[in-house]
Design a protein around this ligand. Structure first.
Ligand SMILES: [Zn+2]
Length: 259
């Protein structure tokens, strides 16, 4: 065994990791080689020092503090912003989930729209007018009796048309209350079916197109014309009520004023 091989194996020999043949070869070489014996001795000292702790030096307090300070600064520079830390993510994730659920529920929590509320009110008023034996405050088929009757009762003059010739005779007029205000109710009839037409000037400008709904078996048509909002409601067959609505639209001043 030459010196190079011997010195490579010295650490393993010291830790008793070599097989018996190798160990004997090393021992032979160390007996006859001063240089390798010196290396062996150095290894022994180092190994003993590591085991006993005699080469362990306690760092001065000042050095400890400087190291800790620089480590803190390095950690601060490298760590992500506080709001991105895991503890925040753990808290934010359920909150985000809750917000998503709430947003999904908003359309249900918000309740019925103004139009839906008004549709219900209109149907209720229609049903009430049939139940209470109080269909008309002014029972008359004469539009020139019904129209002036509203003077002083509402702050607008409702257009009153007689559609008797078209099969929808006027029955009378009534004061009603809808959309938080007094409104004019005109009553028409087709066979045994009563049609209530509620008229008032709307607070907000609305789409003039005809909208139709069906609630509790009653058909409801509503539209805006000549600065008035109209709501017609009846249990009449929908196509007949639509015919009535069109007649009313054609009679209204907006059409009449056209050349
Ligand atoms: Zn040697």
């Amino acid at each position: 065994m030459d010196c190079k091989n011997a010195q490579t194996l010295i650490a393993g020999y010291l830790d008793q990791e070599l097989d018996p043949v190798r160990s004997l070869e090393i021992e032979d070489h160390l007996h006859g080689c001063v240089a390798c014996s010196q290396v062996y001795e150095n290894h022994q000292v180092l190994s003993k020092g590591l085991r006993t702790g005699s080469i362990y030096f306690k760092a001065p307090t000042d050095l400890q503090k400087r190291i800790q300070r620089s480590m803190r600064q390095a950690a601060k520079a490298e760590s992500p912003p506080r709001w991105l830390s895991w503890s925040w993510v753990r808290m934010a994730a359920p909150m985000a989930a809750a917000v998503i659920v709430l947003l999904a529920l908003v359309p249900f929590l918000r309740g019925p729209s103004t139009e839906e509320m008004l549709t219900r009110e209109v149907v209720s008023s229609h049903v009430r007018s049939l139940m209470a034996n109080h269909l008309a405050d002014v029972p008359s088929s004469d539009q020139h009796t019904v129209k002036p009757w509203f003077n002083g009762k509402v702050d607008f003059s409702p257009p009153v048309e007689d559609l008797a010739n078209q099969g929808f005779p006027l029955v009378g007029g009534r004061l009603d209350y809808l959309d938080n205000r007094p409104v004019a109710a005109l009553i028409y009839q087709r066979d045994k079916h009563v049609i209530n037409v509620f008229i008032w000037p709307p607070t907000e400008s609305s789409d003039p197109g005809i909208k139709r709904e069906t609630r509790q078996g009653y058909h409801v048509f509503h539209w805006t014309r000549s600065g008035m909002t109209y709501w017609a409601v009846s249990d009449l067959e929908e196509s007949q009520l639509q015919e009535f609505v069109q007649l009313l639209q054609n009679q209204s001043p907006a059409t009449l004023s056209l050349p």
